[in-house]
Structure formats: structure tokens, C-alpha cells
Design a protein. Structure first.
Length: 245
């Protein structure tokens, strides 16, 4: 599923507590608040996730609407969302690649070529230029808030200790922790994740536009220190006896 895939995060058949926490922390409001603050359309109060028979699913129409830049006129926004939905229906294998293959979420280096599919399906040159201009504003602003979000996350430990030491009954403490997790955890994390998606789109488009090679792109990605990379490196060191358990 596209966008905060619950099957990957809380499983296709989550327990009720996991489902409730995921809704409260992400899919009820935080996901849409992040998109709005980033420059996309405000789709609140629509939730991102719905459940049927205990199985969580993502509302794809809500997801696609939330990726429409806020400055896009309503008529064009409706046509874009319907186009994205039709494309996904025709090519359902793209469900986990919508931000790279279906929806235009930022202005990357391959936009001129990729937007040809809009012109081929009845969108005007003016429509495409409006989308380009709106995406350019979002893309230019993307890196500017990273430190602000990191600073917010850095407050979590202090806030946690403050709440845990406060004279609160257990239920009030739980609600306070959840609200702090939203404000200082999942919301700034969602902003950072969105910026990472923008950066990844820019990097991938360099290859698509013929500016860099796939080998160069992959080499750059491998050079980035990640949690999984550190875990793999530690595993090798343990196996070689240079790092203890």
C-alpha cells in the first residue's frame, strides 16, 4: 500500500492497541498536518487509514489529494488526482512506488520528460506549467526545515522525563506521552521523511535525465551511513571477533 504502509509497520492484522496507537500517532491527523505544513493541500479531517474486518488499508484518494500543492486550483487538482488514480488502477504494481512513478510530489530533474504523460492525457501546457511552478516552491523549501525538525525531536527525552516525574495518574500520563510523541516525534519525523523522499527523487532523476549513471547513483547511496548499514557493519565485526556482543 502507498503512504505509511500499515502492513509493513503494524502488520496486515494488527492488534487493536497497535491499530489505535498508529491511528492516533500518524494516520488520523499527523500525516495530513505534515503535508499541509510542507506546502501541500490540507485534507484534514480525512484519515489516511481505514479498517475492514480488522485489516488496515490506505485511502489512496486521500493520499493523492494530500500530495497536490496547496497553490493548485481546485479544477486542476481534481483532474490530477483522477489521473493518478486511473494510472494506478491500470498499473497496480506501482502501488509501492507512487511517489516516484505515479504522483508528482516535487520538481525533479526529469519533470519535463515525465510530465509528457500529462500532455498525452488532455492536460494543457498551462496546466503543466502551473504544476511545475507549485512543485518548484515546495522543492526549494524542502531542505530549509530539517534542523528545526531535528531540534524538535531532541526535546523528546527531556519531555519524557518531565512527564514521567509529574504527579499524574497512569491514564493522564499515557495521554500526555502520546501527545508529546505526536508533537515532538511523529510530526517532525514525518517532515524529515518527506524531505528524504524529495532528496531521493532528485537523486533518482539525475540518472533518469542522463546526468549521472546508475552506478554513480548506487555508489553514492552506499556511501551514506544508515542504521541498517551500521547494523551490517557491526555484524561483520562481531563475526571477525573485533567487536564483542
Amino acid at each position: 500500500m502507498p503512504d505509511w504502509n500499515p502492513a509493513e509497520i503494524i502488520s496486515p492484522t494488527p492488534r487493536r492497541l497497535a491499530l489505535s496507537l498508529y491511528q492516533r500517532l500518524i494516520t488520523d491527523e499527523v500525516w495530513a498536518t505534515q503535508r499541509t505544513e510542507y506546502g501541500y493541500r490540507d485534507v484534514r479531517p480525512h484519515p489516511l487509514m481505514v479498517t475492514f474486518g480488522g485489516h488496515p488499508y490506505i485511502n489512496v484518494r486521500a493520499c493523492f489529494n494530500s500530495f497536490i500543492p496547496a497553490s493548485i486550483p481546485d479544477d486542476l487538482a481534481v483532474r490530477l488526482v483522477n489521473f493518478y488514480l486511473d494510472l494506478l488502477i491500470d498499473q497496480p504494481h506501482l502501488h509501492d512506488k507512487v511517489e516516484f512513478e505515479v504522483v508528482f510530489t516535487c520538481l525533479d530533474f526529469n519533470f519535463s520528460a515525465a510530465s509528457q504523460r500529462l500532455l498525452d492525457h488532455g492536460f494543457s501546457v498551462a496546466d503543466v506549467e502551473t504544476l511545475r511552478s507549485s512543485l518548484a516552491e515546495i522543492t526549494q523549501n524542502a531542505p530549509t526545515r530539517c534542523q528545526e525538525e531535528l531540534d524538535q525531536i531532541a526535546k523528546l527525552d527531556e519531555r519524557f522525563n518531565l512527564i514521567m516525574s509529574a504527579d499524574l495518574d497512569p491514564l493522564a500520563r499515557a495521554f500526555a506521552l502520546i501527545e508529546d510523541c505526536k508533537k515532538f516525534g511523529t510530526l517532525p519525523f514525518a517532515h524529515l521523511a518527506r524531505t528524504a523522499f524529495v532528496a531521493n527523487s532528485l537523486l533518482r532523476s539525475l540518472d533518469q535525465a542522463g546526468i549521472t549513471s546508475r552506478e554513480q547513483t548506487e555508489s553514492f547511496m552506499r556511501s551514506i551511513n544508515t542504521v541498517s548499514g551500521s547494523f551490517e557493519s557491526d555484524g561483520w565485526q562481531v563475526a571477525e571477533g573485533t567487536l564483542s556482543w
